[in-house]
Every structure is written in C-alpha cells, then in structure tokens.
Write a protein that binds this ligand. Structure first.
Ligand code: SAM
Ligand code: GLN
Length: 286
C-alpha cells in the first residue's frame, strides 16, 4: 500500500526525470498530489502517512502524465495563486503570472504616493482574464470599485465568479467588451494585454503556446496592437489626475515611450525582479 509521502516522492522523481532543467518537480508534485486528494498544499505534510486508495493513485498518475506532456500545473489543478488569492481558471483565461504582481505593486505605490488609498477610486482592468489584477487591487483598496472587461465571454464569467468567491462581488463588475471602448472616465486603468508578436508565438514554451488562449497572447504583427487601441482611447477614459498601468514585454519600453508621446502621455517604465522592463505607467502631460 502506498502512502501519500511515497506517492509524492515517486511523482517528483518521474517529473524530475521527464521535465527540463528549469522545471520545479518537487513543487509540481506537491501541488498535483494536494489537488488530487483535496488538501491545501501547505497542509500536505500533516497527512503524509495516510494510505492512498487505488483511485487516488490512478488520479495522481494521470496528473503526472499530463504535466509530463507539457501541461502547466495550474491548468491541471484548475487554479492559480496570485497576490495571495486563489483564482479559478478556464480555457479562455491566461494563467496569471507572478511577474504581473509588479503591475499591481506599481499601481498601489502610485495610489499611496497620492494619498488616495482610501478613496472610492474607479478602476478599469482591460483584458481582465481571470480577474487577477482587478481583484488584487480591490483586495488592497477598501473603497475602490472596479470594472473588468474582456472580449471573451468565458473569461468575463470566470472573473465574475472569482470575484464572488473571493468576496468582491459588491465592488467588482465584469463585462464583455473590446479594449476600453465601453468605459467612461476612471481614475486608474490597468491592463496586461496580449503583447506577443504573432510570429513569435510558435517559439514560446509549450506550456504557454499550447495551453494559454491565443486571444490572451497575440498582440498582432509587431505585438503592439492592443497598446495602440488602448492609448487611442486613453485621453477619453482617464479622469483628470488619473493614471494607467500597462504590462509590457521585456523589449517594448521604447515603442511604448513613442506611442505615449504621440498620444500626449508621460511614460515611466518599471522593471520586474529579473531587471526586465515590465510595466509602463502613463499620466497626462500637464
Ligand atoms: N489580466 C489577466 C492577467 O493578467 O492574468 C489576463 C491577461 S491576458 C494576457 C489578455 C486578456 O485580454 C485575455 O483575457 C484576452 O481574452 C483579452 N483580450 C484580447 N483581446 C481583447 C480585446 N480586443 N478587448 C478586450 N480584451 C481582450
Ligand atoms: N507574459 C506572458 C508570457 O510571458 C504573455 C502574456 C501577454 O501577452 N500579456 O507568455
């Protein structure tokens, strides 16, 4: 009879042998086994000696096989943690990335510098996906209200469900829409739009290329389609004294500076923890 700890170690060994050097086999095994037996990953050690049923052993086998075939852990378990909150995923939602927490931090730091963290700020999240960015901001700003927009109906529905489950339904609304077309003046605009150039997509890791939705990745021929659309609407959508925070690819800062200049916004670039340009903050030229 196999115990949970034995199954977890065996899963980690299989993943270690089958995945590349950048992989995290022990962590993956822990998350997969925890999801199969329905225990929070940080409580797994408490039930290490528990024997597994045949069904549980088979379910762990299937989960490990899916991971070995290139499926990300978040897709297999159906959830991903972002900003300390657990987001449910759907086929139409990107797996929220840790790097995107930099966007949340940058927006919050700007709001705090303005002393506006307790104001009833109006926030719009363009291309909300799972709702991760907007819901993270609502969790840190007790009086803010927000609208998450997505072209995908399934994404908007998933974000709405996440907001409800996490207790933010009263302050967060979600709707299907195209870029910022829907929106009236708001104080803070956030977006992690699709920004990968179309012909680069086939070169991405299989975890991204084969499992994240194309609508979430494809930024058009030069990767900048979404920024042009959003910046084109920004003068109308941004309330006086407002700001926009957009995630960018590591090599897009210069293009964003030019686009911002053309639309009369001031661009400030922020880096992520690996030192890559990651977020552009936009305010009006005054
Ligand atoms: N905000 C989420 C996050 O950071 O995890 C998801 C970001 S994902 C990179 C981009 C999102 O933009 C996807 O959910 C996609 O469906 C949405 N999207 C693509 N084109 C759009 C458009 N024209 N208008 C609104 N949303 C769009
Ligand atoms: N940051 C994501 C990646 O590295 C891409 C998401 C996007 O286009 N916004 O794959």
């Amino acid at each position: 009879m196999s115990t949970l700890v034995a199954a977890r170690q065996a899963a980690a060994r299989r993943l270690s042998a089958g995945l590349g050097a950048d992989a995290t086999p022990a962590l993956d095994a822990r998350l997969l086994v925890a999801a199969v037996i329905g225990v929070a990953p940080d409580r797994l050690v408490l039930v290490d000696d528990r024997p597994l049923t045949d069904d549980e052993i088979e379910a762990i086998d299937r989960a490990v096989a899916r991971r070995l075939a290139g499926e990300p852990v978040a897709r297999i378990v159906g959830t991903k943690e972002f900003w300390g909150l657990e987001f449910h995923l759907a086929d139409a939602t990107l797996v929220p990335r840790p790097d995107t927490e930099i966007l949340v931090e940058t927006a919050l730091a700007w709001i705090e510098r303005q002393g506006r963290q307790n104001e009833p700020l109006r926030i719009v999240d363009i291309g909300t996906g799972s709702g991760a960015i907007l819901i993270a901001l609502l969790s840190a700003l007790p009086n803010a209200i927000g609208l998450g927009i997505d072209l995908s109906e399934e994404a908007a529905r998933t974000a709405r469900d996440n907001a409800a489950r996490l207790g933010f339904a009263a302050r967060g609304q979600f709707a299907v829409g195209r870029w910022a077309e829907c929106c009236g003046p708001v104080d803070v605009i956030v977006s992690n739009p699709p920004y990968i150039a179309s012909d680069v997509i086939r070169t991405l890791d299989r975890e991204v290329r084969d499992h994240d939705p194309m609508l979430a990745l494809d930024g058009g021929a030069d990767g900048l389609d979404a920024y042009r659309a959003i910046l084109g609407d920004l003068a109308r959508v941004m309330a006086p004294g407002g700001a926009a925070f957009l995630e960018i690819g590591f090599d897009q800062a210069e293009a964003l500076r030019v686009l911002a200049d053309e639309t009369r916004f001031e661009a400030l670039i922020h880096r992520d923890l690996s030192g890559h340009d990651r977020v552009v903050a936009l305010t009006r030229f005054d």
